[in-house]
Design a protein around this ligand. Sequence first.
Ligand SMILES: *[C@@H]1O[C@H](CO)[C@@H](O)[C@H](O)[C@H]1NC(C)=O
Ligand SMILES: *[C@@H]1O[C@H](CO)[C@@H](O)[C@H](O)[C@H]1NC(C)=O
Ligand SMILES: *[C@@H]1O[C@H](CO)[C@@H](O)[C@H](O)[C@H]1NC(C)=O
Ligand SMILES: *[C@@H]1O[C@H](CO)[C@@H](O)[C@H](O)[C@H]1NC(C)=O
Length: 183
Amino acid sequence: MAVLLWLLQVEAASLNMTNGEFVYICDEPLRNSRAYGDIQWQRPGEDAPNQLAAREAFRSLLVVQTYESTDFSLSNKSEELGRRFRVRSKELYNVTLTAADQGLPIILASYTNVFMFAQVLNETLATYGEARLRDGKWLSERFLNRAFISPGGLSDVYVNENGFRQAPQSIAHFEGENSTREV
Ligand SMILES: *[C@@H]1O[C@H](CO)[C@@H](O)[C@H](O)[C@H]1NC(C)=O
Ligand SMILES: *[C@@H]1O[C@H](CO)[C@@H](O)[C@H](O)[C@H]1NC(C)=O
Ligand SMILES: *[C@@H]1O[C@H](CO)[C@@H](O)[C@H](O)[C@H]1NC(C)=O
Ligand SMILES: *[C@@H]1O[C@H](CO)[C@@H](O)[C@H](O)[C@H]1NC(C)=O
C-alpha cells in the first residue's frame, strides 16, 4: 500500500496536482509495516528528484489512522503487553512475531473485548445475582450506549445505542521543512 501511495503522490506531483488545490486521503487502519509498508515520503533507493517531489507531494496528503495515545506511560504499558503476548505466542504456540508484524491495536481490541464482557458479568452478578447471568438478551443490552474504561486506560471504547463499537481515529499530515508526519 505504501509503495502505491508513494507512486501516486509522485505522479500527482508530475501533473502539478500537489500545488494545494488537491487533497489526497489515505486510510491506514493500523500501523503494520509488514502488511502496509511505511507511509512516508522517504524511499531508500529512489533517485533524488523523485524523493524531493514526494516530500512536497506528501504535504497534500491526509492519513486517517487509529488514534494512539501519545501518553508515554500508556504507550509503554501497551508495548509491555505486546511484548508479553510475543513471549507467550513463542512459548505456547511456537510462533515467532516481531513488534512490527504483531498488529498491537487488534490485540488491544481483543483484550478490551474480554475485559468488557467480564465487567458486565461482574456488575450483573454483584447487582442482580446469578439468575440474570443466564439472560443473554438482558446481558447484551448492558453493553449499549456506554463507555468502557479499560484497566490502566489501555484501550477505552464506546459502544453506541445500536451496539457498534466506536474506536477513536485521528488524522495525520506531513508538515514542516522535512515533511514530518504529525497528528
Ligand atoms: C516501561 O514499563 C516497564 C514494565 O512495566 C518498566 O519496567 C519500565 O521501566 C518502563 N519504562 C519506562 C521508560 O518508564
Ligand atoms: C517450532 O517451529 C520451528 C520453525 O517452524 C520448527 O522447526 C520447530 O520444530 C518447532 N518446534 C516445536 C517444538 O514444535
Ligand atoms: C466486581 O464487582 C465488585 C462488587 O461491585 C467490585 O467490588 C469489584 O471491584 C469488581 N471487580 C472488578 C474486577 O471490576
Ligand atoms: C530537516 O532535515 C535536515 C537534515 O536531516 C536537518 O538538518 C534539519 O534540522 C531538519 N529540519 C527540521 C525543521 O527538522
